[in-house]
Design a protein around this ligand. Sequence first.
Ligand code: NAD
Length: 543
Amino acid sequence: MAKGIFNIPYPVNEPVGAYQSGSSERKSIKEFLKKLKSKEMDVPMFIGGEEIRTGNLAPINPPHDHQHLLGNYHVGDETHVNQAIQAALNAREQWAALTWEHRASIFLKAADLIAGPYRDLINGTTMLGQSKNIFQAEIDAACELIDFLKFNAYYMQTIYEDQPDSQDGMWNRLEYRPLEGFVFAITPFNFTSIGANLAASPALMGNTVVWKPSETQIYSAWAFMEIMREAGLPAGVINLIYTDGPMTGDIVFNHKDLGGIHFTGSTRTFQHIWKEVGKNIENYRAYPRVVGETGGKDFIIAHSSSDPEEVATAIIRGGFEFQGQKCSAASRVYVPSNIWDAVKDKLVKDVSEIKMGSPEDFRNFMNAVIDKRAFDKIKGFIEQAKDANNAEVLTGGNCDDSKGYFIQPTIIVAHDPQFVTMCEEIFGPVVTIYVYEPENFEETLKLVDETSPYALTGAVFSKDRYAIDLAMKKLENSAGNFYINDKPTGAVVGQQPFGGARGSGTNDKAGSAMNLLRWVSARTIKETFVPPKDFRYPFMEEE
Ligand code: NAD
């Protein structure tokens, strides 16, 4: 029992390392990458605090050098899914009963371990396993993850502090219980921090978790689990399994103790999950919380008053960093004809200067896309644009998977605003631009709103305040993260809570108290100090 009202250290965002030439951090990560590349890691699952090796091995290859072997992970089957669920259920009672300051300490310690001695491990496994340059790895695997861990601990305290009023003679209290059962975290390949946070945030709130990462993020997911063990996370609180998605889903979504689902990934997968939960609704002990952040078709709309250089830079950074594989990446852009030539010239020039290759070579701005499946899908969209008569490829368009899955940064100009690459999520370094007449700004806003089923991120560029105001009103429901004169990527924990609605998810804003509230089920307690001893009310007295 806590004997004090404790305060979590007030969080500040982790400073982003510059890794400039000659710096000690650059030397350190370069040496660490060499070390990682020189050995083949044996990557076990973690169930009930045990390392599980099945002997059924699958390779971990860098997307930018697919013939190199970084290691192998042990693939699990149905038995491991069931074991992981059981381990989570077994650990629940003790973990849920542990006072919150102890839970917070573990996650705060993990944040400091990542900030210090394990920074190279989490960045290095992300750089090689997911093909991120050092800057992209640093802002994701190190900084965002540290921020998630620290800010969430702080937000947990603010939730616990939120208590109801009490009138004379009573004391009303709210107790934020973890959910009954276990939480299932299903995570995508593109952000190490998202994967870790989807498992860690329900655990922080007192839940126990089965975590199934994407097959292409296992290297850095394993690194995070090593760090959590070092931080003192008790056995069974997070159980990490490498199992087939649909097979795992079939077992988990049928389980009566499923307390919640914390998902990030594609809209298609999330809609499947939601249907499965609906199908099984009568079998659960409690209604499972379903939290999902999914796809996007994120936009930039430039107004005739905007600066062409600012617009072009936002397109390049917002569209091509991490090869456009951010859910927030700019992928459809609406440019007015009065600035188009200037935007186009800068785009063509800047794109020609982008270097692409291995993240081990720090001069590269771009690296490889995640795997063969993604490569083929993105290439297919580019081929469609090359063959179309209502679109043309302005820059890039070449794809080469001989050594790694490399796709040139590609800009398509669509003459039809409904051209396929203006509408569908591509999840690669492909940006499509539609040029509109400046007097049609308001109609174009309507087009932006209605073109895609998603509503994740979007940006307006303008120097005209009335135009900004109009865009904000017309696009009120078109993006959960809306940017004014900035690229639509790069949300920072504690500053721009992240998430979208419509087809993009349940908008529960990762890295905020809004998200953490989904992992608790409040118990209202009313205590009366002097209970009445007579059922009669004064109004019932004789006249
Ligand atoms: P994905 O949907 O292919 O996979 C996500 C996870 O779901 C993986 O772990 C996968 O194995 C698992 N899965 C697949 N089918 C399943 C099933 N039937 N049952 C249970 N689990 C199943 O997504 P991805 O390719 O890894 O990630 C890219 C997608 O994620 C993009 O659409 C992107 O927009 C989205 N994303 C969204 C956000 C956001 O915050 N909105 C953030 C990152 C990524």
